[in-house]
Design a protein around this ligand. Structure first.
Ligand code: NI
Length: 255
């Protein structure tokens, strides 16, 4: 890779996933050689948040986010435990937090309660949030309007109208492999409509690998395909996409 080439900042990955356990040293070197310059790896409960922090301690380009994912609210992690982990010097955000009505609808009020408590915590500590919103657009937007956190709606899957509301709140939109899918639905229109200053690149690795690697284990180097697609939609160069989204990530996460 030429040193003039712009670098990738992956604002949302799960490298604490067991699938990466055996060869992460090798993978991180490969990713660095492919132009990856920054990664945020996100916990989903206490155990995975601790793992995210230990990866951040070990690798210079890796930062951690700590939080309780809506799918993990029943496994015993407390807000007090999250608060304690957030004081780690390489923890840059509260996440992954939010609402998921795709997997469960019977515990909506508990999901909202845990989401709100973590937004409160983020605001109190001046940290940005990584928001998960799956099939819960209306409630997510209402709660974000109420708490007005700094942060990003990751794997954004809403409409152009919702994207405008999110941007109005000062929040960023996280865009990953889905942008390259044939069934990306509103996402290309959302990317076209949103100023590049409000977009972030992400993987959600090991999930959501972009075309032509759809279905494989995702990693941050595959963001090249997403950046290419974004460049095509925004009619700018891929380098400009990488430079601006890297800048956006550094600004939001205070890196
Ligand atoms: Ni995620």
């Amino acid at each position: 890779m030429s040193s003039l080439e712009a670098l990738i900042f992956d604002t949302h990955a799960h490298y604490e996933d067991p699938v990466f356990e055996d060869n992460f040293d090798e993978l991180i070197n490969e990713m660095k050689n492919s132009g990856v310059g920054g990664i945020i790896t996100c916990g989903c409960d206490k155990q995975s948040s601790l793992k995210a922090l230990s990866l951040a301690e070990r690798y210079e380009i890796v930062y951690a986010a700590v939080g309780i994912h809506p799918g993990n609210i029943d496994n015993g992690t407390t807000i007090a435990e999250i608060r304690e982990l957030l004081s780690h010097p390489k923890c840059v955000a509260v996440g992954e937090i939010g609402l998921d009505y795709y997997w469960r609808q019977d515990n909506k009020s508990e999901q909202k309660e845990i989401f709100k408590a973590q937004l409160q915590l983020a605001n109190e500590l001046g940290l940005p949030v990584l928001v998960h919103d799956r099939d819960a657009h209306a409630d997510t937007l209402e709660i974000l309007k109420e708490y007005k956190p700094k942060g990003v709606v990751h794997a954004f899957s809403g409409s152009v109208e919702m994207a405008r509301e999110i941007a109005k709140l000062g929040l960023y939109l996280g865009v990953g492999g889905v942008l390259t899918f044939k069934n990306a639905r509103a996402l290309p229109a959302v990317v076209s409509d949103t100023p590049i200053e409000k977009l972030l690149l992400e993987t959600d690795a090991p999930y959501l690998a972009p075309v032509p690697h759809r279905g494989e284990t995702n990693n941050s180097a595959m963001i090249h395909y997403v950046a290419e697609k974004m460049a095509e939609i925004k009619e700018i160069s891929k380098n400009e996409v990488l430079i601006q989204t890297f800048k956006n990530a550094k600004k939001l996460f205070n890196i």
